[in-house]
Design a binder for this molecule. Structure first.
Ligand SMILES: [Fe+2]
Ligand SMILES: [Fe+2]
Length: 191
């Protein structure tokens, strides 16, 4: 099958009704796609992996099932093994090697996209004017977006060989164009 965005979105939304989960998928997609573009990689494939990485979370909300029990569903849907393996590799508890740029990028964007999204939600101008420095400060407040694993955020930047600030700036820039889909205000709303 040809992996297209439409196909991936259709699969995601068939298994995922939660708006928060759909937004998480969109945020990770935007971040991963921006790295694909930057690196001249297959944006369609990378974007589909990002959209689908948590597609089964709603039906398998526990780590003894997510994402491993989602994998056979993706295979049945006809997705290529490269996509399925990349999806599986995002899960820390499976301990799979992150041996491709796609796997490293997915891991690096997963928690951080969620965190930057959370930062934007509490600001009147959303992501506009949000700096890596203020994101870093918030990372040090354990009570803010407490579900985001800080160690995975730091490990992700390192895995990409980037300074944390650079990675954060890239993710902010990637999410800005889809702010409305993420439920974020913008500077224009605040004006
Ligand atoms: Fe996940
Ligand atoms: Fe995720």
């Amino acid at each position: 099958m040809e992996v297209t965005r439409d196909r991936a979105w259709e699969t995601l939304t068939r298994y995922t009704a939660s708006e928060a989960l759909r937004r998480h998928a969109l945020a990770v997609e935007a971040s991963v796609r921006s790295y694909a573009r930057r690196g001249g990689e297959d944006e369609q494939l990378w974007g589909a992996v990002a959209l689908l990485h948590d597609f089964d979370y709603e039906i398998h909300p526990t780590l003894d099932r997510h994402p491993q029990d989602g994998a056979p569903i993706l295979r049945e849907e006809g997705y290529p093994e490269e996509l399925v393996e990349a999806v599986l590799s995002h899960a820390e508890h499976l301990g799979l090697p992150r041996d491709t740029p796609l796997k490293r990028t997915l891991f690096a964007c997963d928690e951080l996209s969620g965190f930057v999204h959370a930062c934007g939600l509490v600001r009147p101008t959303g992501l506009d004017g949000l700096t890596p420095k203020s994101v870093r400060k918030k990372l040090k407040q354990p009570s803010f977006a407490a579900g985001v694993h800080r160690d995975e955020v730091y490990a992700g930047a390192e895995l990409l060989g980037l300074e944390l600030d650079e990675h954060v700036a890239n993710v902010i820039a990637a999410l800005q164009p889809i702010a409305p889909q993420l439920g974020l205000r913008t500077a224009a709303d605040a004006a």
